[in-house]
Design a binder for this molecule. Structure first.
Ligand SMILES: [Zn+2]
Length: 130
């Protein structure tokens, strides 16, 4: 695998970690938010007929769950793209190795150190194929 390709994978891993951390932060902040909204709703309900605590709880939970699913979705998507990219890079690696092997089997060494494919009769240095 080339260094540049490895760098891309490393960057993607970093981005994935970042989104995982975001998921945790969102969950923790979300729970605080849900509790606060529910309490505020309950306070507001005092002396009124409706139960705003429950309303606050449901709405804040839905909001937190929605944001979480978006963040988690991006995290999952990054993982999926990363695994696809890794597979593709490994395939390319395999192809390159095979082409190199084929070239080695169908080539000749010149005394100047150059390797030439069999169909080439003269080396770049001017010497003929032995
Ligand atoms: Zn040569």
């Amino acid at each position: 695998m080339k260094q540049k390709e490895k760098d891309v994978l490393t960057e993607m891993s970093k981005l994935q970690t970042f989104f995982m951390v975001l998921c945790y932060v969102e969950l923790i902040a979300g729970i605080v938010f849900i509790v606060k909204t529910t309490i505020a709703g309950m306070e507001y309900s005092k002396g009124r007929d409706s139960n705003y605590g429950l309303v606050g709880f449901i709405y804040s939970t839905l909001l937190v769950a929605f944001i979480f699913s978006v963040l988690f979705g991006v995290y999952k998507l990054l993982g999926y793209v990363k695994s696809l990219q890794t597979q593709e890079m490994l395939l390319t690696d395999d192809k390159t190795t095979r082409t190199e092997k084929e070239f080695k089997n169908n080539s000749w060494y010149c005394s100047c150190g150059r390797r030439n494919p069999n169909y080439v009769g003269t080396c770049a240095c001017g010497k003929l194929k032995p």
